[in-house]
Design a binder for this molecule. Structure first.
Ligand code: TPP
Length: 352
């Protein structure tokens, strides 16, 4: 895929529906492009606030930020339909927000409150939301891949035309679960889209110290499925690649694989001195960051004006304030509920 900013399509008067996620190509109306920018900014500002709240100990436990990688989830989610399912990793705030999980319930979950999307039992690494078919949130590296294949198998057996989008880091490609899942998904032509977020580091381990084959898409292709490498800092390239792949999957073509080349700007989690990389390297990646680059392209193309940006920022700030208020006002789950959900119970009792 090209690293250059995309060319805008004809104006939004075109008869093609602008927002159908199942269309094989993105319809790049101005509204669509601004929505992509807003979604990336929304995730960035939300996580900046999370980092702040972490220092006040409002949020505790693990916290893995997606700072720098927003274009991957935002572009990909735009090409998924409501009936599709999403499986992600512990670095999943951006995926949850882009998928439509309400920011209020995500923030409450990070606070550990029972109004959170996982009743405050999961925290940052285990966001879950039935309404948007967001299956989480998984602390185990590579743990989401077999789950995604299982969901895809269920879709296939039921004859449902849904795609399962499974996000994971390049570190997962060193796990057995990656190889077992890709093998079965290809063998059984499962409707699953694998999205590898290659941010070049698995905690403090650089890709070159970890993988004999550093092009993860090539690894994936060895399982006989179509695999492409995409500029994961380019939100439109991500959307286009996802639409193309999801369309092929919906047509019964079996699994697809996208390796998104990206970078995380912040530490692996809140406990990480980052001794494994130079500041210059981080700065060089920041210069080609997904928000900065997209924003300046929109400005140069005359599609984004200072007033638009002010409005976007104001909307986001208000939403974050509301989410923090909601989380602060939330309640702790009562101690008597401690053993609830530990063993299975009749469905009526376990329904959230
Ligand atoms: C099976 C397993 N092994 C080790 C860990 C510890 N661990 C947590 S995150 C991580 C790095 C994973 O890197 P990557 O998959 O590239 O994702 P990223 O954090 O870069 O998004 C490791 C090794 C774990 N959670 N699960």
């Amino acid at each position: 895929m090209t690293a250059d900013p995309p060319a805008a399509s004809p104006p939004s008067s075109s008869p093609r529906p602008a927002e159908d996620p199942r269309a094989p190509r993105p319809h790049l109306s101005r509204a669509h492009l601004l929505a992509l920018l807003e979604q990336m900014l929304r995730i960035r500002r939300f996580e900046d606030r999370c980092a702040e709240l972490y220092s006040y100990e409002k949020i505790r436990g693990f916290l893995h930020l997606y700072d720098g990688e927003e274009a991957v989830a935002v572009g990909a989610m735009r090409a998924l339909a409501p009936e599709d399912a999403v499986v992600a990793t512990y670095r999943e705030h951006g995926h949850a927000l882009a998928r439509g999980v309400p920011m209020t319930t995500v923030m409450a979950e990070l606070f550990g409150k029972q109004e959170g999307c996982s009743r405050g039992r999961g925290g940052s690494m285990h966001l879950f939301d039935k309404a948007t078919r967001f299956y989480g949130g998984n602390a185990i590296v590579g743990g989401g891949l077999p789950l995604a294949a299982g969901l895809a198998l269920a879709h296939k057996l039921r004859g449902e035309p849904a795609v399962v989008a499974c996000f994971f880091g390049e570190g997962a490609s060193a796990e057995g679960a990656f190889h077992e899942t890709l093998n079965l998904a290809a063998l059984w032509t499962l409707p699953v889209l694998f999205v590898c977020e290659n941010n070049r580091y698995a905690m403090g381990t650089a890709l070159r110290y970890e993988e004999s084959e550093q092009q993860i898409a090539r690894k994936a292709a060895s399982y006989n499925l179509a695999a492409v490498t995409v500029d994961g800092m380019d939100v439109v390239a991500m959307e286009a690649a996802t639409r193309e792949a999801a369309t092929a999957i919906r047509r019964g073509g079996g699994p697809r694989f996208i390796e998104a080349e990206t970078y995380r700007f912040r530490a692996h989690s809140m406990f990480d001195a980052q001794l494994y990389r130079d500041k210059e390297e981080v700065e060089a990646w920041r210069a080609k960051g997904p928000i900065r680059r997209f924003r300046s392209w929109l400005e140069q193309a005359g599609l984004l004006h200072p007033r638009d940006l002010e409005e976007i920022e104001a909307r986001i700030a208000a939403e974050i304030e509301e989410a923090v208020r909601f989380a602060e006002a939330g309640s702790w789950e009562p101690l008597e509920d401690l053993e609830r959900f530990v063993t299975s119970a009749p469905a009526a009792e376990t329904a959230p």
